[in-house]
Design a protein around this ligand. Sequence first.
Ligand SMILES: [Zn+2]
Length: 493
Amino acid sequence: MRIFGAALVTETNTFAPLPCGRSAWEDYVIARGTGSDPDSGTLFGPLLALWKGMAEQAGAEFHESLCAFCAPGGRTLDVVYEEFKAMIIEDLKAAMPLDIALLCLHGAMASDSVDDCEGDLLAAVREIVGPDCIIGVELDLHLHLTEEILDHSDLLVAYKEYPHTDTGARAAELFQLAVRAAMGEIKPVTRAYDCNMMGQWRTGQEDVRAFVDDMMAAEQDGTALNISFVHGFPWADVPTVGAKLWVTTDGDAEAAERLAEEWGRRAALGLREAGCIPQLTVDELVDYLPKAPEGLIVGADMADNAGGGAPSDSSFVLEGLVRRGVKDAAVGVVWDMTAVDICRNAGVGAELDLRVGGKCSTASGDPVDGRAIIRSIIEDHCPPGLGGIPGPFGTSVWIEFEGVDVIISSLRNQTFHPAAFTDHGIDLSTKRLCVVKSIEHFHAEFKPIADEVVYINTPGALRADFMSMPYTKRKLDYWPKVEEPPIGPFPAN
Ligand SMILES: [Zn+2]
């Protein structure tokens, strides 16, 4: 058996002020044929390594192609997307004939002129591999499902967990299903349902947890080969943005359609409210601090999450904490190459006037000026990311800034892990507040050390204001924009 594997992953916030050119991808990874190398430290390389290992165990040949990842940002330049697509197609041609093509994609990647890079890529892959090769795709649950993605694949498996702690488990499932399909043991057939809603469904929440557990139980008991509830990524002006669900059965299209409707309606009608995250403004948070129970409060600066394409240099929280005189707080990780450079030149122990954050766009607010003491500098700082994937920050610096401990970095990335702070020597157990630039992925690793988790409402590139998203490419008939949105099979009959 001959199996092909490639990974091309980014999440495009079409409203973000950060174009993703080649250097933005190079800052993370562009590895061709080497992404699975355990020493390469590449994001999504571990998933290719997993497939490679499973292929070896199954006595199959594994043909590894591109492993490319860019931190979520604005649209990827057309020329960069076309280069990656050409690499994958060239490697596919060289690897033919193939029984299985496995792709690790995001599902919400857009280039300057292609709203659905994944659908476009899969169409090109199908053209090369032919109708009999099984095309299996692992996708982030924040994808935009399109007809093209459905039409040009045999198997789709999306992450079920948010935070995405199950990338490896889903990759393994996809591999096993693809092998069974290639051997003729199963004939996957998929039907989808449009839940027509925007939200953020944290799988730690009771209702969402129960739904995800039920999906997994239905896969276990043989009801379906796969059930995926996909949230969509609301910060993208593309035609199919919004939550959807699909069911894959073994050769039974009618059952797939019936189950997609059953589960899709359950998600659409039962999880709407759960998709809204209660939030505090910065001033409300500062007011709450003296009243809150003892211990560490972890606050998510959701609207400035690099993982959703935001600059991660917004100053709204830091400005509020400095203005209100909060001292026992830590904030991170703020992307500020200029401030990092100044700190590197000054060295550890130096004290200087510094301008922090607020540099990328109006969504970043104004910079905050203050007195900084440089406490620690780490070059090539790479604390753990998500699900075993590294979370690099380039050079990171701990500054004591007007009494607040702030981590600034030269590489834009989401704050996934307390090590972003503790690697510098910050003892978070002595803090009252730790603010992280993340929507939800921080939760997996910060929850165990937090006495309370709160979500902060700030302006920014990812403001969760789904009532006023400036969409131009889809109807404005989704929940919560309308009370009773139309829901039904996707694509609509
Ligand atoms: Zn995601």
